[in-house]
Design a protein around this ligand. Structure first.
Ligand code: SF4
Length: 397
């Protein structure tokens, strides 16, 4: 375990009381989280979060061999989620919707690598029915029985329920029967009504997002949770959001990991309105959000750094700020690259191992449910180059 953070060595006096609670294992209040967001003592904050993480996870850092698949970028909310750079209107240039065969063709890349998870998210297509997704999951499980399917955000689940004129619980049940393992955590953004009115006025409310996740947990489907930071939200909005996540976790225990997501301002209306084009979040903010997440969400087992958003360099540093979980191989990341992310589209498996080891931590490959699947890498040799990584074929929407 990391050396105990000595409250006397924490520069910001407001953090010392927080450090005493962390060491005692006491739950932080919302005022404590606000003090953490307000502090300039980033290293003191990081030391506390690192210690809290080490107490829970030791020196283990989890990663997954995953492949992202985005079946469509057509979205009925394209004009109202002003922070989104990914979505298109059906006839807009760049719009695409895959056939099932095209999705399966892209998934074939999993045969050439160690993939254990498909991460499937996309837009809210006005015409795609629930059967499109259940058939996709069934076919993926038939072809790749060893691969978990983590698919569809709460926003997509609620949209499919509207399309099918049924309940989100029924949609979740159908997806589970098709072979769904878990839900990703996207679409949460920031739960504040005022923030949502500004950045995503027609998206489902925070209460609805929480309801869909509660239903998933009740059906035995674990989920991830997120917060999109670095746009118009205040520290109070962030803390209220984290408190709502912690409250649901107290009820259900169904969240696996928390992922703070950095807003990228390129190619979206919000970035232009804020005059932020080309100016993403700072490393200081990124590390603070990791650390506060670890300290405040005392009931969520893992905190993940999303390297495509914040860069592998910062993700490596985040491992000393309370983070024990790194986004995986990804293979082809589209959503944040549409918004200006300059990182690679995917990361080779052996690079992930190297990144984690380079931070002095012990890499553990996990599956979607955070069960370790590989902890020994001594005999590890990088996979041969030449596996197909080209752009998949897409049809116009
Ligand atoms: S954030 Fe999601 S729901 Fe909103 S426009 Fe983008 S893809 Fe659609």
């Amino acid at each position: 375990m990391a050396p105990l953070p000595d409250p006397a060595r924490i520069r910001d006096p407001r953090l010392r009381a927080v450090a005493e609670k962390v060491i005692a294992g006491s739950r932080l209040e919302e005022a404590d989280a606000l003090a953490c967001f307000a502090t300039g003592d980033l290293l003191g904050l990081g030391a506390m979060a690192d210690w809290a993480n080490a107490r829970r996870n030791g020196d283990r850092v989890f990663f997954s061999a995953n492949q992202h698949i985005n079946p469509t970028n057509v979205c009925v909310l394209r004009n109202t989620c002003v922070f989104c750079s990914f979505a298109r209107m059906p006839k807009e240039e760049g719009a695409y919707t895959r056939t099932l065969d095209e999705v399966l063709h892209e998934a074939e890349q999993a045969r050439h690598g160690p993939t254990r998870e498909f991460h499937i998210v996309g837009g809210l297509h006005p015409k795609l029915r629930l059967a499109y997704y259940t058939e996709m999951i069934r076919e993926l499980k038939a072809r790749f029985p060893q691969v978990h399917v983590k698919a569809l955000t709460a926003v997509e689940i609620a949209h499919l329920a509207r399309v099918e004129r049924t309940s989100s619980r029924e949609v979740l049940q159908a997806l589970k029967e098709a072979g769904l393992t878990s839900l990703p955590g996207g679409g949460a953004e920031v739960f504040s009504t005022a923030v949502r009115a500004t950045i995503a006025e027609r998206k489902l409310t925070g209460a609805e997002w929480l309801r869909v996740h509660r239903e998933a947990h009740e059906l035995g489907i674990p989920t991830n949770c997120t917060m999109l930071y670095g746009h118009v939200e205040t520290a109070e909005d962030r803390v209220a959001h984290l408190a709502a996540l912690r409250g649901l976790q107290d009820e259900t225990g169904g969240f696996l990991t928390y992922i703070p997501l950095a807003y990228h301002p390129d190619h979206n209306e919000l970035g232009e309105e804020l005059g932020r084009t080309g100016t993403a979040t700072t490393g200081y903010e990124d590390l603070k959000n990791i650390a506060v997440g670890r300290l405040f969400l005392d009931n969520i087992p893992h905190v993940k750094t999303h390297w495509p958003m914040v860069t592998p360099f910062l993700s490596q540093i985040a491992l000393a700020f309370g983070c024990d979980d790194v986004e995986g191989t990804v293979v082809y990341e589209r959503i944040y690259h549409e918004a200006g992310a300059t990182t690679d589209m995917g990361m080779p498996y052996h690079e992930l191992v190297r990144l984690i080891r380079g931070a002095g931590r012990r890499p553990v490959e996990r599956d979607s449910l955070y069960q370790p699947v590989r902890e020994e890498f001594e005999d590890f040799t990088p996979p041969p180059r030449g596996a197909p990584r080209g752009l998949p074929v897409v049809h116009a929407a």
